[in-house]
Design a protein around this ligand. Structure first.
Ligand code: KG4
Ligand code: ZN
Length: 339
């Protein structure tokens, strides 16, 4: 079954065709990131306009690439939320039109669930159930238990900033990129030879029994470190690299400890990670180390499928497979992982 999926939740306009939820046939991504880098943050209006500009060329490119015709597609899928309303409606309108014209079903997909399904695409070993899934992205940090496809039990999530948001805010405090600086901060952490601030940042909620996260205090603690350093001029490489390293370690400690606790409690067979922050090398290595010696298989998507794309939307649509009448499908910017 070939599914054509569209993803336009934020600043990427993406489309993909995936066969049987696992085999990638085509994927295209256009991004308006550079525009938002210039303004130092996302302007929803600008992102939405860019979606309107890119949606048709992205759809055309996706279908022409594997020399397929729209008539060969068995179903369409689209991200309905969460995300920016102006961006989401562009994808939803396009997907509804395609489903209407080609008389095929349309499957609405929750972007957060989509991130989890990146682990089913082009994977040499598919996750087994029960699985513990962590969605760790710019807007969310959610821990869920999966007993089968489409069956999710919420264990916990962030009470304030998402992990990616904390990465981005910390990068900004350090004078790095003003928009989505998570990857850049991580690059600097990797260069740190001696962490001047070992153990100096808090590990919020690490020892609590619940599965919730809180990352906003971390950014405040970084602010205090910066303010306490009279010599900080934005140029002290050792200082910046150390803060970056310590920040990454703090996030890694908290995430790893919550995950191990949940693995223990729910006796899962697989650990499945998804979302932009799953591209973080420190976290990937950390989790690999964590599952060594315990009977749990770790699944983290290749870097290119961690950040936003339509590949995992097509995969989620295949496995969850709940087509909905076109008139009932609408964008929902505030969709939660359990909605
Ligand atoms: O999943 P995603 O592309 O968009 C959302 O659905 O939110 O995630 C974007 C987030 C941003 O906060 C970005 O800084 C972060 O993922 N990110 C990273 C890395 N690459 C992307 N954070 C830490 N290390 C990275 N290598
Ligand atoms: Zn995302």
């Amino acid at each position: 079954m070939k599914i054509f999926a569209i993803e336009t939740s934020c600043d990427e306009t993406a489309a993909a065709i995936v066969e049987d939820g696992t085999k990638l046939l085509s994927s295209t991504i256009a991004t308006s990131k550079e525009l938002h880098e210039k303004t130092g943050g996302i302007i929803p209006e600008v992102a939405a306009r860019k979606q309107v500009e890119s949606i048709v060329p992205v759809i055309e490119e996706t279908i022409k690439n594997p020399k397929l015709k729209m008539e060969d597609i068995d179903a369409f899928a689209v991200t309905t939320g969460p995300g920016l309303i102006g961006s989401l409606v562009v994808g939803v309108a396009a997907a509804k039109s395609l489903a209407f014209i080609y008389k095929k079903p349309l499957v609405p997909v929750n972007h957060l669930i989509g991130h989890i399904y990146a682990n089913w695409v082009e994977s040499s070993k598919l996750p087994e159930f029960p699985a513990l899934a962590l969605v760790i992205s710019g807007g969310h940090t959610d821990l869920v238990l999966m007993h089968r496809h489409g069956d999710f039990k919420y264990l916990g999530g962030t009470l304030d900033d998402a992990a990616g948001e904390a990465f981005d805010k910390t990068a900004r405090l350090l004078g790095l990129k003003k928009y989505l600086g998570g990857a850049e901060l991580s690059g600097l952490a990797a260069l740190c030879e001696k962490n001047l601030f070992e153990g100096k940042l808090p590990r919020p909620k690490m020892r609590d029994d619940d599965f919730d996260f809180s990352f906003s205090g971390l950014k405040t603690a970084v602010k205090r470190l910066i303010e306490g350093d009279k010599s900080f001029s934005g140029e002290s490489t050792e200082f910046i690299q150390s803060v970056a390293r310590e920040f990454e370690n703090a996030v890694g400690d908290v995430v790893s400890s919550k995950i191990l606790k949940a693995i223990n409690k729910y006796n899962v067979k697989s650990l499945v990670i998804g979302g932009g922050v799953a591209a973080n090398i420190n976290l990937r290595e950390r989790l690999e180390k964590d599952v060594r010696g315990i009977n749990v298989s770790l699944h983290i998507p290749p870097m290119k499928y961690c950040t936003d794309n339509a590949v995992y939307i097509a995969s989620a649509a295949y496995f969850i497979n709940k087509p909905v009448e076109l008139e009932e499908i609408d964008a929902n910017p505030a969709l939660g992982i359990m909605d």
